[in-house]
Design a protein. Sequence first.
Length: 223
Amino acid sequence: MEFKEYADRELLVLAVADRIASDLRQHLDHNDQAAIALAGGTTPGPIFDDLCAVDLAWDRVNVMASDERWVPTDHERSNAKLIRERLLVEHAAKAQFLPFFREGLTPEAAAEKVSAEVDATGPLAVALLGMGEDMHTASLFPGTAGLEAALSADAPALVVLRPDSQPEVRMSLSAQVLNGAINKHLVIFGEGKRAALDRAVSLPPEEAPINAVLSEATVHWAP
């Protein structure tokens, strides 16, 4: 794990957007396609705002969320909505997007279908991850039924989880998919999350799911 500290969040956003663009370009220099998984929530939006303006071969990039709430893609709490509105504009409008929510299917049926589609994109070139102070990442929440299966090496690409702390059913890329990304970037802000990360590195993934994906990851932190 590499730890990078920034003086402020604006500098972090600029640096991470530039790093992801570089990762994608490098991957596309040697591969026909590149897949990227993106965290939702409030943290990554400004990164998307910068990244979407980068001129690269977006038509060869497959974009997906790291996790999703089981809500329609136009719902205010949908990560797909965030990605479409903040990333898939300007140059990045040419990218292909893989939604997890599928109208008319149960979460389990959708997960089976989408897992095959995720597998078809190949290993992730980039994973942009977040973390909560409870040490969750994506929708891999500690103490959630099904977490152990989601952390296993033979888990499907996409898993269904029902965290007691969350109002919606969650769809999440499994730990093996996220950890298998060629380039992993974890973005965290504030002293609380830095302290949580310090705790997480000494705990098993069942207690600190973020620790399942920290190997060879770059952590970007700002106050």
